[in-house]
Ligand binder design. Structure first.
Ligand SMILES: Nc1nc2c(c(=O)[nH]1)N[C@H]1C(S)=C(S)[C@@H](COP(=O)(O)O)O[C@H]1N2
Ligand SMILES: [Mo]
Length: 358
């Protein structure tokens, strides 16, 4: 069965898709996603940053403002946290009608080990004032969205910003943070969707009032229609993905594999609560069987966990589905609800396989 998108992909969508690549799903085999295979989402241009004059400014509702150089940041105690990051728009291209933006199918995800300074320590040192409610992160990249000229900015509630595992990262998988992932410094908030993890950070500002900038109040809200104020997109909902089995057809990417007992593997994650189950269906969702859950990468609750499922593949054409649930009881739907921005579409993955006689 050929899958037909709702309407033709536009040139603008294609332009976004070639700038912002996904993670090839075969990379699900690897615990950590190699830097070049990790997905990328860049709203505007990758800024050119002179590291010798770079400063991280800290201001707003704090007792002591500061402007730290990279050397000063690197001299501070650091830690590393392994995190699965997913773009909130992952799955957007399969919604109908398709919201026009980066047309992700399923590949807007990756897992990396991020090293840097704990945000909490910086904030405590600065002395957060009584009235502070949110922490605003400002990037160095500028652009225009829906006619609003802006720098990329997102805020976090203070209690989220103070979580121990929130990192201002300058290393990714043991390497210096590369330009496309936010060098020299980016925020990583484990469990939250991608947009939270502000890249190319130049300023951290403590606010006494909620931030109402574009990326907070216009974008990244689950809205039923254009007039709906909606609710903010925050943590990742559960998702399981499988490594596409067998070999692909170059053009359609449909899979071919020989008959016999085949073990499928994949990964599952949720930013809301630990993964409870992964299930596989080989009959179009009529029946589901439990996959075997493995470990979280580096024992990090914030990193995907592996799963495997043994299937007796009989000759013919089959569709394999997989779905995850987390400990809040949240289970991936067969078809997720539509929303204006096309966010958080965690409908089950379907993989068509042609099983050939051995
Ligand atoms: N400054 C800045 N930060 C940003 C973005 C951006 O365009 N500018 N994109 C966000 C979005 S939407 C996502 S999904 C993640 C992607 O991070 P990655 O490209 O390192 O995978 O970065 C987030 N941080
Ligand atoms: Mo994103």
């Amino acid at each position: 069965m050929d899958e037909v998108l709702d309407a033709n992909i536009t040139l603008e969508e294609l332009q976004l898709a070639t700038r912002n690549h996904g993670m090839p799903l075969e990379a699900l085999r690897r615990d950590l996603t190699p830097i070049g295979l990790h997905y990328l989402l860049i709203h505007y241009d990758v800024p050119f940053v002179d590291e010798s004059t770079y400063r991280l400014e800290l201001d707003g509702e704090v007792e002591r403002t500061s402007a730290l150089t990279l050397d000063e940041l690197r001299a501070r105690p650091s830690f590393e946290v392994t995190v699965t990051m997913e773009c909130a728009g992952n799955g957007r291209a399969r919604l109908s009608p398709r919201p026009l933006s980066q047309p992700w199918l399923l590949e807007a995800v990756g897992t990396a080990a991020w090293r840097g300074v704990p945000l909490r320590a910086l904030l405590e040192e600065a002395g957060v004032r009584e009235g502070a409610r949110e922490v605003l992160f400002t990037g160095l990249d500028c652009g225009i969205e829906k006619e609003v000229e802006q720098v990329y900015q997102r805020s976090l509630p203070l209690e989220e910003a103070l979580r121990d595992e929130v990192v201002l990262a300058y290393e990714m998988n043991g390497e210096p943070l590369p330009p496309q992932h936010g060098a020299p410094l980016r925020l990583v908030v484990p469990g939250w969707y991608g947009m939270t993890n502000v890249k190319w950070i130049s300023r951290i500002t403590l606010l006494s009032e909620p931030f109402e900038g574009y990326q907070q109040s216009a974008a990244y809200r689950l809205r039923l229609d254009e007039d709906d104020e909606g609710v903010p997109v925050t943590r990742m909902v559960p998702r399981a993905l499988m490594v596409p089995p067998g070999i692909p057809d170059f053009h359609t990417r449909e899979r071919t594999l020989p008959a016999g007992t085949r073990t499928f593997e994949g990964r599952a994650w949720s930013g809301t609560a630990p993964i409870a189950t992964v299930e596989v269906s080989v009959d179009g969702g009529a029946t589901w069987e439990q996959a075997k859950l493995g470990e979280h990468v580096n024992s990090s609750r914030w990193a995907w966990c592996s799963w495997t499922y043994a299937w007796n593949a009989e000759p013919g054409r089959h569709e394999l589905w997989c779905r995850a649930s987390d400990e809040t009881g949240n289970m991936q739907p067969v078809a997720a609800d539509w929303n204006v921005g096309g966010y958080a579409n965690n409908s089950v993955q379907r993989v068509t396989v042609n099983v050939t006689r051995q």
